[in-house]
Write a protein that binds this ligand. Structure first.
Ligand code: NAG
Ligand code: NAG
Ligand code: NAG
Ligand code: NAG
Length: 328
């Protein structure tokens, strides 16, 4: 059973984990950093920028990207995700897909579940009630956990409905795996956190997770300071990367920003690539390199250059993908 988060516990944890000093040169490379993969059909060449500088990735899907599928897991680990609940109750195709991947020789060891189930489709969420999600978890995530794969709790938004959603989810899931006189808990290996806002809010949000799920490691799988000035966005990047790198219980993180500035839905300055696809300072720092001095809004965008030739069909697919990358 989960307990109410006590404000005192939150403050205590937040104070305990407040950052001290950030180096002036930006954080160094970190093996915790991964790619939150949000490709754009018009700029597929950008996809080769990220591996092997980053050590892992997810693409909101059960199967690896064709472009990355031949890179060994030990160099650039693919982490499958069950994005939402299957349309049909009892559908276990996610389990089959992951098992087949493993059989084909891909060493899958971590699995992610449900992208922002507490947010509507229009905002990029998988919009699930906790009861439906619990059933889909028992059908598709629990079998993988039973096989020894490490599984992450659903990735709720940073909104105030996220933690209550998770608490209901864990309770409902535990009820599903319990029988009359044998009580079981749904178990998981790490929590998954999304955050769009300033650093104080991020630290306090992590404190709430630490209080609600004691002794669990954290993956911050989407985060950024949305819609701020370049200076503020860079300061946020540095302080949060330094913070994540220093905390042992932060196992991994992936900045929501591996796209060009002109297509960013979290503001132009949050992007790791400029309009013309060069690494910005934040992009270079994230890969463990020196800043480039390239501003996110530098360069001509593809659409301005008029090179965007796209049949209607792929435009529709992109629309669906755009929904999957929504802000919340
Ligand atoms: C389930 O979790 C609750 C709360 O954390 C704990 O008190 C209980 O012992 C757990 N039950 C089992 C069977 O592990
Ligand atoms: C699979 O990956 C895990 C985690 O990195 C590692 O411990 C294990 O040795 C790997 N297994 C194989 C067969 O490579
Ligand atoms: C969980 O508890 C163990 C034993 O006290 C400790 O060594 C470990 O660091 C804790 N992990 C987290 C993520 O807090
Ligand atoms: C992909 O890039 C093109 C050209 O910049 C842009 O018009 C389109 O909106 C982008 N698609 C998504 C899903 O971001």
């Amino acid at each position: 059973m989960l307990h109410q988060v006590s404000p005192t516990a939150v403050l205590a944890v937040a104070a305990m984990i407040l950052p001290s000093i950030v180096s002036a040169d930006g954080p160094l490379a970190s093996s915790k950093r991964g790619l939150c993969f949000t490709p754009n059909e018009t700029t597929r060449a950008d996809d080769s920028i990220w591996p092997p500088a980053l050590s892992w990735y997810y693409n909101y899907k059960p199967l690896p990207e064709p472009k990355y599928k031949d890179i060994p897991q030990s160099e650039f680990e693919f982490v499958p995700m069950l994005w939402g609940a299957p349309e049909t109750k009892g559908d276990t195709s996610f389990v089959t897909t992951v098992k087949d991947l493993i059989k084909s020789g891909v060493n899958i060891t971590n699995v992610l579940s449900f992208n922002e189930p507490d947010a509507p489709y229009a905002w990029g969420g998988s919009y699930l009630d906790p009861v439906t999600a619990a059933q889909a978890w028992v059908d598709n995530i629990k079998p993988l956990s039973d096989m020894g794969l490490r599984v992450g709790l659903p990735a709720c938004t940073g909104g105030r409905d996220g933690l209550p959603w998770l608490e209901t989810f864990v309770r409902e899931c535990s009820a599903l795996v319990s029988t009359g006189n044998k009580k079981e808990n749904c178990t998981f290996d790490f929590v998954t956190i999304h955050w769009y806002g300033n650093f104080d809010g991020l630290a306090s949000h992590m404190g709430q997770y630490a209080a609600a799920f004691p002794n669990k490691t954290m993956w911050i799988t989407e985060y950024n300071l949305a819609g701020a000035s370049l200076e503020e966005t860079q300061a946020f990047y540095k302080i949060s990367a330094e913070y994540f790198d220093r905390l042992d219980f932060v196992e991994r993180y992936s900045l929501f920003g591996a796209f060009r500035s002109d297509v960013s839905n979290v503001g132009p300055n949050a992007a790791m690539l400029s309009n013309d696809g060069r690494l910005t300072d934040i992009g270079a720092w994230y890969l463990g390199r020196e800043g480039t001095g390239v501003k996110p809004t530098d360069g001509k965008s593809v659409s301005v250059a008029g090179r965007q030739v796209m049949p209607t069909v792929s435009a529709a697919i992109l629309g669906a993908v755009a929904i999957a990358w929504g802000l919340f």
